[in-house]
Design a protein around this ligand. Sequence first.
Ligand code: NI
Length: 420
Amino acid sequence: MKKILPYAIFLTFLTGLFAGQLSANAEGSVVIQKVIKDLVIYEESTTNSAEIGKVSKGTYVNVTQASKGWTHIQTSDQTGYVTSDGLVKLKSEGYLVIQKGGTTLFKAPSQNAQQVGKLYEGRVIYVYGTAPGGWSFIQYGEDTGYVATNALKKPVPTKKQINAEAGTELRLTASPNGEVLGTLANKTIVQYYITLAGWAYIEAGDQKGYVKASELANIQLTDNKVYNKGVPVAKGAKKRVALTFDDGPNAKVTPQILATLKKYDAKATFFMVGKNVSRNATLVNQVYAAGHEIGNHTFDHKKLTTLSIAGVKQEVNGTSNAIYAAIGQYPTVFRPPYGAMNDQVRSVMTIPSILWSIDTLDWKHHNADKILAYVKASVKDGSIILMHDIHQTTANGLENVILYLQKQGYEFVTVSEILQ
Ligand code: NI
């Protein structure tokens, strides 16, 4: 996520954008469709009425009403009826404006076209599709038009779940006065994008809007199974890997890793050692606030299979409490030091224990280039990759690992996400 706008502009845009966008949807007044063959625009819904003009294949139009095979449309300069078989419905996707200083919304896909307005950096807009020449057709509030595609970026959502016994209200705007669009039940899994002044913008199925950020939590698997790889994605979906970083947080290395992950919008999981959590509470908060998952890696990095059950509980619970003290949430996953598990250790766990598919051996070779070599040798969809955010060489090698995986078509998700 990029810089947030000054607060005042920000609220104005929220109100403008989401009031327009969603109430319009509720009233059916802003519906975008795409023209799939050249069409004649008629004054009335009959071929016997006057021809107003033409609209060509590939044009995006605003649909105001449809019945009996005719659709009333608005283009950037014409209004009238066309036959409905020449239109297709479109789904929109939320994108962030990333252009420094904002970008211009045009009526037509050209720098010379009439300007509709300005879109500020950090805004969430809806993209319906593209047009030749590097343009995207977008909706922002009640405005529609074209912006340069390279001014936009698809934010990588994180899966979260509703954490409110009675469910939570989904609102049109980021405000307690925002129109209520519906209620999302407790434990509903949502795609979370960005938090704005205590309100989280989420998508759940066809529903989009704001919920209170405090009523959203990380997905919590409550089994105590042991996993060493993720669930393969459905056919056609993007391959996934889970980058994991153990033994931190480390005041010097962890911030560098966070910066690299942020640069590529990559989400990761940090298995933290309890004694380091207590010392670096601010850093733990930064990791959490950046959308990464936080896991438990014992308090003193002990080999749990050598401890009594009371000793195991002390190591595990001490860390969970330290993490809760730092971020107000308990860790969602556990990783045993050295991968050492047995039935006694498992009996203590109420969250999944996560091993790994690829050990980069970064702790052993301290060689930034070798990390990528180990990843290249065995990465596949669902891989869980083990690294450590306490070695400078790991921070140095991370960017090349991400660049390689990104080029291979991988998406970077948290451990809990890759398990479902
Ligand atoms: Ni470790």
